[in-house]
Write a protein that binds this ligand. Structure first.
Ligand code: NAP
Length: 539
């Protein structure tokens, strides 16, 4: 059964038509649920719709940045690059929407404002922008991990005479930077992709860097017919590899511990991984890279040497090198496409604002704490996101005791297996806080399949309402803290990592990711289902 244009009552409403929401719609509808997807954007795609800044590419290999469950879809879709640019990813998601006729069950251009659960009927009422409302038994939040951009709340922005852009809300018509003086604030994965492209057209590009990153070479290449055929012929084994890799990558997991490797071998291992590109260095070098500071320091030093080799001016190279108190991987490692090389251009200037902060935007540009000013025609803000909790906290979804999600997470994110929260019956998340730190597409798809299978089982048992037990949430959150503490990710709070919510002032730092890896997470989900959902109470 599918929903119709006039229907207002559904089995399931999904908020969000990105990778997670589309997977959930496809999986749930395939199991006979009457589903409606609601998204504020005018097209499917989620973050791949809103982000369209120059240089935007996938940081995961395309062959595994796609849905895995339908062999026909895998067979018919051809990726053209190892790391495709945003238009190709959006095209893929539109293809998926069309191929499975998903659009007929969607309200695009529609924002969900609030939702309330009625304990008697065990149904949610979902309030939409403009006064309409829907009802449903189950409400699914698939609002995106990185969907709410950080505000450029630097004083004086309203006085700026030039144009400014947020990377995550980029105009559909690409702005023209020819002949302009452009400033980029931020040097995370977004800016790392954007900078080489802007450098190629702007008259002058000034990059304002607060914290340098370890940028690894992506090593993009076009995918020829033979490579594509070979990938398709081996997909089963490839997906097995992804599900067995802690980071959900198409690499065999690293098994060597740093101490087990003779010192003369270590450099060779790093060199080989560096040549492979992608996240190879992070996931194939040493099994204890994120738990053993000695291993981490070795790899961090290796990358620092590589950075210095790529930058002509030693002083600029030094500013681009992360400091020794910033272990590699604690913050998301960006993949570069001629990133460091951009700083060898005459029209690119790097300004270190680590101890000389941007104080204010002026009508003509911006001014730093020491009074120096930079005249600019354009400012690009690549400031990151209110990750994981941002989007759901902005929707007024209330628990049975009247608590909003924002209130629930006011001291840090709490979930059970990233999918549920006590007090919010019949509400589940796809891409909620505390999913594994892994390639997000296979992770989101696995969660969508898990929820579709679980809700199917519950429906067959006549379940009206399901709610996770508070002790299960407590147990899971404790595990998230323990996994943070035993890994170097514990440093994320000090380093303002979005993994910990520490990039946003006023946001309580708490583990937003599960550092135990994808296989552990998937195994725990499977155990919950096989055991008959012992962590939940049913009505
Ligand atoms: P980000 O990694 O959080 O980086 C934000 C940058 O803005 C940081 O360099 C930060 O400096 C800087 N910043 C913030 N406020 C500032 C201020 N007042 N003054 C100076 N600098 C300031 O955000 P992002 O680059 O958007 O990336 C976020 C995530 O999106 C990535 O980690 C990645 O997971 C994802 N992403 C994925 C892709 C892909 O797969 N293709 C592409 C882009 C992004 P500090 O470090 O000092 O805070």
């Amino acid at each position: 059964m599918t929903s119709t244009d006039n229907a207002t009552d559904f089995d399931i409403i999904i908020i969000g038509a990105g990778f997670g929401g589309l997977a959930a719609l496809k999986e749930l509808r395939g199991r006979g649920f009457n589903v409606r997807v609601v998204d504020a954007a005018s097209e499917v795609g989620g973050t791949w719709f809103w982000n369209r800044y120059p240089g935007l590419r996938v940081d995961s290999e395309s062959r595994i940045f796609c849905y895995s469950t339908d062999p026909e879809l895998l067979e018919e879709w051809d990726w053209h690059e190892r790391f495709p640019a945003q238009p190709e990813v959006l095209k893929y998601l539109c293809h998926v929407a069309d191929r499975y006729d998903l659009r007929k069950d969607m309200d695009l251009n529609t924002r969900v404002e609030a939702a309330r659960f009625d304990k008697d009927s065990c149904r949610w009422t979902v309030m939409l922008e403009g006064g309409r409302s829907y009802t449903c038994q189950f409400l699914l939040g698939a609002t995106g991990v990185l969907s709410i951009p950080m505000d450029p709340d630097i004083p004086g922005l309203d006085t700026f005479k030039g144009e400014w852009h947020l990377t995550a809300r980029w105009p559909e018509e690409q702005p023209d930077f020819h002949g302009k003086r452009v400033g980029v604030i931020g040097t995370g994965a977004t800016a790392v992709q954007l900078i080489p492209l802007v450098a190629g057209v702007a008259k002058e590009l000034v990059v304002f860097q607060r914290t340098p990153n370890y940028v690894l070479p992506a090593r993009n290449y076009p995918i020829d017919a033979m490579t594509s055929r070979s990938t398709k012929d081996n997909y089963e084994a490839l997906w097995d590899m992804v599900r067995e890799n802690p980071g959900g990558w198409a690499f065999p997991p690293a098994v060597r511990k740093f101490d087990e490797v003779p010192p003369e071998e270590r450099e060779r291992i790093c060199e080989a991984a560096w040549e492979v590109g992608s996240m190879g260095l992070m996931v194939t070098s040493f099994a204890d890279l994120m738990t053993n500071m000695e291993a981490n320091t070795f790899v961090s030093d290796f990358v620092r040497r590589k950075i210095r080799m790529q930058v002509n001016d030693p002083a600029v190279g030094e500013i681009l090198c992360p400091k020794s108190d910033n272990p590699i991987g604690v913050k998301r490692v960006p993949l570069g496409h001629q990133y460091y090389e951009a700083f060898n251009r005459d029209n690119v200037k790097l300004i270190d604002v680590s101890s000389n902060a941007i104080e204010r935007i002026t009508p003509d540009g911006l001014q730093l704490a020491d009074g120096t000013s930079h005249d600019l025609d354009v400012i690009i803000f690549a400031l990151g996101y209110d990750a994981f909790t941002g989007a759901l906290s902005r929707i007024d979804i209330r628990s049975t005791s009247g608590e909003s999600i924002a209130e629930r997470w006011s001291e840090g994110a709490v979930t059970y297996q990233s999918v549920a929260m006590d007090g919010f019956p019949n509400f589940f998340m796809i891409g909620g806080p505390q999913i594994p730190i892994a390639n997000f597409v296979p992770t989101l798809e696995a969660i969508a399949v898990y929820l579709a299978e679980s809700l199917s089982i519950m429906r067959s048992k006549g379940v009206k309402s399901v709610e996770v037990k508070p002790e299960a949430v407590e147990r899971y959150v404790k595990l998230m803290h323990e996994l943070t503490e035993v890994t170097l990710f514990r440093e994320g709070k000090r380093l303002r990592s979005w993994f910990q919510g520490a990039n946003k002032e006023g946001k309580p730092a708490s583990p937003l990711l599960h550092y135990g890896g994808l296989p552990m997470f998937l195994e725990d989900l499977a155990k919950e289902r096989t055991a008959g959902f012992p962590s939940y109470v049913f009505q």
